[in-house]
Ligand binder design. Structure first.
Ligand SMILES: [Zn+2]
Length: 272
């Protein structure tokens, strides 16, 4: 979208004007942007021009259901069929597949699938075998979180084997909703990356939250692999992307909350 409303100064900015503001002003205001449609007003983000040639833009994911500026989520690219599948199928039980680099799906225990049943996590009906399970990788799940309020509110069970099972609406926690009650608990935390930072120790920080009170921390020893896996070269390319990270919410002595990425397979990124 070409315009966004800034809560700090009450100005509706045109993208070209916003992009030419002084850097410090951008850093401050980008956290307080909203979709300018009065029926919407949901959190928006700013992305500066990319080295690929794509110009600066504003965006919001999600928009309110009746927002006139909401565009359908891209249907191209890897994972799109899975996303559609997730939204289309009635699901009782989703098993998260974190297998590194896997394109199919991991076959979990097999007890719930009859011989010859379709592999790859397709919904297989609600026959006598009990709840249908489907396997899903993180990126399509992140896309569903972004694009579907129905999914965010769903009470279908989602399971990360050996960690936890919870209804979708409790398993996933948007960064803006993370509070003291989530500290030291394991969840799928997700939301927008506003900016990034590198600490002296070499840890890479994905900063989120309106007041920079919550970050995802990529430890120094994972940084190179993280860049390779997600295919970016410059740190700022992550600004305006959505991230989903499975992990425990911690509180630093300063009071700042963070989630340390423990394994690359516990993280997904999604660009619009
Ligand atoms: Zn909107």
């Amino acid at each position: 979208m070409d315009t966004a409303y800034c809560k700090l100064d009450g100005v509706t900015y045109y993208i070209a004007s916003f992009a030419s503001l002084p850097q410090r002003e951008i850093q401050e205001k980008r956290r307080h942007l909203l979709c300018p449609d009065p029926k919407c007003g949901w959190q928006a983000y700013f992305k500066r021009a990319a080295s690929s040639g794509q110009g600066a833009c504003f965006g919001a994911r999600p928009h309110a259901p009746n927002c006139s500026l909401a565009a359908p989520i891209s249907e191209s690219g890897p994972g799109s069929n899975e996303t559609k599948d997730i939204l289309r199928n009635p699901m009782d039980h989703i098993v998260i597949d974190t297998a590194f680099g896997a394109h199919g799906s991991l076959h979990i225990d097999g007890e719930d699938e009859a011989p010859g049943a379709p592999r790859g996590g397709r919904f297989t009906g609600d026959g006598p075998r009990g709840p249908a399970k489907m396997n899903r990788r993180l990126r399509p799940l992140l896309k569903s979180l972004i694009s579907s309020e129905q999914f965010r509110r769903s009470s279908s069970v989602i399971e990360l084997p050996q960690y936890l099972s919870l209804p979708v609406n409790q398993f996933f926690v948007h960064f803006d909703d993370a509070g003291p009650e989530h500290e030291n608990r394991f969840h799928g935390f997700w939301g927008l990356v506003f900016d990034t930072g590198m600490s002296y120790s070499g840890a890479f920080w994905l900063n989120t939250g309106e007041y920079d009170e919550l970050s995802v921390m990529i430890p120094a020893h994972l940084y190179d692999d993280f860049k390779k896996r997600f295919g970016f070269q410059l740190d700022y390319e992550l600004e305006g992307m959505h991230v989903l990270v499975l992990g425990r919410l911690r509180a630093a002595q300063s009071g700042k909350q963070y989630i340390e990425l423990e394994d690359l397979s516990m993280c997904a990124l999604c660009d619009d």
